[in-house]
Design a protein around this ligand. Structure first.
Ligand code: PLP
Length: 434
C-alpha cells in the first residue's frame, strides 16, 4: 500500500481511532490502483478534490442559500457556495445554478417538484433502453408520484438509426400524451443527443424540456458534446461522472422564475442541510473543469472510447448502434458467443482486474440480472493516462478473458498483465500497491 503523503497522514489518523475502517480504505485504494476501471459512471477525482471533501466544512449547518441561511456562522460557507455556483454557471453558460443536490437523483426529484404536480405526465426513455431509475421506474419516486410515458429507440437492424433515439417517435408520443415535461439525457446511450430537436418537440406540445446530462456533463461543459443550453429549460446532472468532481448533483436553468421554484423545491422541498464539504469540493472540481487541460481530457475520453469500441469490433463483438460518440459503449456479447451473458462477463472480467457492469442492450431478451450486454466507459481509464495503445490492449484482454470462459489460468495471467500496466499508470501520480 502506498498513497500520496496527505492520504497517508489521514489514514494514520483514522487507523489510530478505527483500524478496521482504515484497513478497508487502504484496501480499496489498492483495488483502484491495481485494476482498470471501465464503469462508465465512475472516475478518479484529483487529490485536490478528494482532500477538499475531507475538511471541517462538514461540521456546519447551512440550511438555506447564500445570504439567506437559517443558521449563524455561515460567512465562509456563503462565499464557498457562491463561488461554486458562479463556476457552474460559467461551465455550462447559464444564468442560475443550484449546487446543493446530494446526488443526481435528488437533483431530478427537485426538478420534477419544480415543474410538475403529483400525478402529472412526463415523457422519457425507459431504463432498459438506456434511461435512468429516476426517469419513471415504478419502484422510484418518479414512477410512484408521476405518470411516465416512454418514447422508443429506433429499432430496425440494418437501418442507419438502429438503436438510436427515434425523434419522430418522441414527437408522436408527446402529441398523444401531452406530457408536462419531456426528459432527455441517459445512463447507457452512446450517441450525441440532439437537444435542439427535443426543444422543438417540447415547444410543440407545451412541455418543459429537462436535460439530465449526468453522464455526459464533462463533455457538455467542454463542447465535446453539444451543450443542453440554450435548448433545455432545466438541466440536471451529477458532478461525479465525466465532470470528475465529488459525488453529488447540480441543477441549472436560464429562467429566473424556474430558478426560484427549483431552489424552493430542493430546500426545503427535498433536502435539509447542504453537504458543505461536498460543495467546497464541487467548487474545486469546477475550477479544474474550466481549465484547457480538462477539455483536452474530455477529447481523449471520447477518442479512447472509440478506440476501445474499434478494438472490440475487430475481435468480433457488436457494439450497439455501431459505435460510440461519447464516453461509453454497449457491447452485445451474443455476437461473440450466443451463450455469453453480461452477468458472467462482469464476474470473469473482475477476476482479471477489469471492472465493468452488465447492462441490458436494446431489446435484450435476458432479464436485468443476467443481460446480454456490458456497458464500458473510458472516463476513469483516461484520467489515469491510458491512450490508444492501452485501449487496444484492454480490448485484447477482455476478449482473452471472455473467450476463456472464466478459466483460472488465463484469467490469472490477464490479471498479472493488468496489474503490470496499472503499475506504469499510477492514478494522479500515486504509486501502486507493492
Ligand atoms: C447517474 C445518473 C443519475 C443519478 O445519479 P445519483 O448521483 O446516482 O443519484 C441520474 N440520471 C442519470 C441519467 C444518471 O446516469
Amino acid at each position: 500500500m502506498s498513497h500520496d503523503p496527505v492520504t497517508n497522514a489521514m489514514l494514520d489518523l483514522v487507523r489510530s481511532q478505527d483500524p478496521d475502517i482504515a484497513h478497508l480504505i487502504a484496501a480499496e485504494g489498492d483495488r483502484q490502483a491495481s485494476t482498470i476501471e471501465l464503469i462508465a459512471s465512475e472516475n478518479h477525482v484529483s487529490p485536490a478534490v478528494q482532500h477538499a471533501m475531507g475538511t471541517c466544512l462538514t461540521n456546519k449547518y447551512a440550511e438555506g442559500y447564500p445570504g439567506a441561511r437559517y443558521y449563524g456562522g455561515c460567512e465562509f460557507h456563503d462565499a464557498i457556495e457562491t463561488i461554486a455556483r458562479e463556476r457552474a454557471k460559467e461551465l455550462f453558460g447559464c444564468a442560475f445554478a443550484n449546487v446543493q443536490p446530494h446526488s443526481g437523483a435528488q437533483a431530478n426529484m427537485a426538478a420534477f417538484l419544480a415543474t410538475m404536480d403529483p400525478g402529472d405526465t412526463f415523457a422519457s426513455l425507459v431504463l432498459k433502453d438506456g434511461g435512468h431509475l429516476s426517469h419513471g421506474m415504478k419502484i422510484n419516486f418518479s414512477g410512484k408520484f408521476y405518470t411516465p410515458v416512454h418514447y422508443p429507440l429506433h429499432y430496425d437492424a440494418g437501418h442507419p438509426e438502429h438503436e438510436r433515439i427515434d425523434y419522430d417517435a418522441v414527437r408522436t408520443v408527446c402529441l398523444e400524451h401531452k406530457p408536462c415535461a419531456l426528459l432527455c439525457g441517459y445512463s447507457a446511450y452512446p450517441r450525441v443527443i440532439n437537444f435542439a430537436r427535443f426543444r422543438e418537440i417540447a415547444d410543440e406540445v407545451g412541455a418543459i424540456l429537462i436535460a439530465d446530462v449526468a453522464h455526459i456533463a464533462g463533455l457538455c461543459a467542454t463542447g465535446v458534446h453539444p451543450n443542453p443550453f440554450p435548448h433545455a429549460h432545466v438541466v440536471t446532472t451529477t458532478t461525479h461522472k465525466t465532470l470528475r468532481g465529488p459525488r453529488g448533483g447540480l441543477i441549472m436553468t436560464n429562467d429566473e422564475e424556474l430558478a426560484k421554484k427549483i431552489d424552493r423545491s430542493l430546500f426545503p422541498g427535498v433536502q435539509g442541510g447542504p453537504l458543505m464539504h461536498m460543495i467546497g469540493a464541487k467548487a474545486v472540481a469546477f475550477a479544474e473543469a474550466l481549465k484547457p487541460e480538462f477539455k483536452a481530457y474530455c477529447e481523449r475520453v471520447v477518442e479512447n472510447a472509440q478506440g476501445l469500441a474499434k478494438g472490440l469490433q475487430a475481435r468480433g463483438y457488436r457494439i450497439t448502434s455501431g459505435g460510440t460518440e461519447n464516453h461509453l459503449m454497449l457491447v452485445d456479447l451474443r455476437t461473440r458467443d450466443e451463450s455469453l451473458t453480461g452477468a458472467d462477463a462482469e464476474v470473469w472480467l473482475e477476476a482479471a482486474g477489469i471492472i465493468t457492469n452488465k447492462n441490458g442492450i436494446p431489446d435484450d431478451p435476458r432479464p436485468p440480472r443476467v443481460t446480454s450486454g456490458l456497458r464500458l466507459g473510458s472516463p476513469a481509464a483516461t484520467t489515469r493516462g491510458f491512450g490508444a495503445s492501452e485501449m487496444d490492449q484492454i480490448a485484447g484482454w477482455i476478449d482473452r478473458t471472455l473467450s476463456a470462459g472464466g478459466e483460472a489460468a488465463t484469467t490469472q495471467q490477464v490479471r498479472e498483465e493488468v496489474r503490470e500496466l496499472c503499475g506504469r499508470f499510477p492514478i494522479w501520480g500515486e504509486t501502486v500497491a507493492g
